[in-house]
Design a protein. Structure first.
Length: 284
């Protein structure tokens, strides 16, 4: 029987640990503060942003919401970020993605001070993660590492295959698995003989962006499968990049969707924010 890795339970453990830390910080007059900027009213983004605010409330982090109209200019958005960069009461700044088409996402990410980059998207933050310097870790990949560690799954020496090469998940995921001494392959849409590659994996991370793409044929007997995908199927039910029912009989451990990686992203965002209140990063 496969171990079902419960992201709800593990993320709650992490949030409870953070709640205790925040209570102790408050005794020293420190209240962590996260600024969350949303542009427009994309329904999926609104759900994510609300969940982030709820997690802040649960842990005791002060959250400040900035809801900007879809029509906001890039300059106005950047000016708000620069104001928040200078605001000493703010520990973390998050701009919910995607942004409307008239705004250059990369340019916006680069305006966020690396000292407050709790999403871990700024090129300087990414560079620090790659060379192994202390710093903010990107939330979803860091959440996957926590799921593995807290489920007693060893990474060192394991064949790890990440399917997907996005800047938010695939690439940083591969880097964090490498930091844990995994032997890492990144596969993607142009990979030849994908099934042969994924079948080498002791740990397979699916970040493909296609519902139920990873079936049993892609998975080695006894592998650990982590599903980063989230989609709605034809019946409006949530599903991942992995065909759970087809894969579950073959694997030693697997994350479900929902209730796997999803809740971990927010827990790790909260972790970045609290860490930065405990020992704030200084700007270079
Ligand atoms: N949109 C989807 N996932 C994320 C995330 O982790 N951070 C931000 N800022 N936007 C997102």
């Amino acid at each position: 029987m496969a171990q079902i890795i419960d992201g709800k339970v593990i993320s709650t453990q992490i949030k409870d640990e953070l709640k205790e830390k925040v209570a102790a910080l408050k005794e020293h007059g420190i209240v962590p503060c996260l600024a969350v900027i949303q542009v427009g009213q994309d329904p999926a983004s609104s759900v994510y942003v609300n969940n982030k605010k709820k997690a802040c409330t649960y842990i005791g982090i002060d959250s400040r919401a900035y809801e900007l109209p879809e029509s906001v200019s890039q300059t106005e958005l950047m000016e708000l970020i620069e104001t928040l960069n200078r605001d000493e009461s703010v520990n973390g700044i998050l701009v919910q993605l995607p942004l409307p088409k008239h705004i250059d996402e990369n340019a916006v990410i680069q305006v966020i001070s690396p000292a407050k980059d709790v999403d871990g998207f700024h090129p300087e933050t990414v560079g620090n993660m790659c060379i192994g310097t202390d710093g903010f870790l990107p939330c979803t990949p860091a959440g996957v590492i926590q799921l593995l560690k807290r489920s007693g799954i060893e990474i060192a020496g394991k064949e790890c295959v990440v399917v997907g090469r996005s800047n938010i998940v695939g690439k940083p995921m591969a880097m964090l698995l490498l930091r844990e001494n995994g032997t890492v392959t990144i596969a993607h849409s142009k990979t030849k003989n994908l099934k042969e590659v994924t079948k080498r994996a002791d740990i397979l991370v699916a970040a493909v962006g296609k519902p139920k793409f990873i079936t049993g044929e892609y998975v080695k007997e006894g592998a650990v499968v982590i599903d980063v995908g989230i989609h709605r199927n034809e019946n409006n039910k949530l599903c991942g990049d992995v065909d759970f029912d087809d894969v579950v009989q073959k694997v030693s451990a697997i994350t479900p969707v929902p209730g796997g990686v999803g809740p971990m992203t927010i827990a790790m965002l909260m972790d970045n924010c609290v860490k930065n209140a405990v020992s704030p990063k200084s700007e270079c």
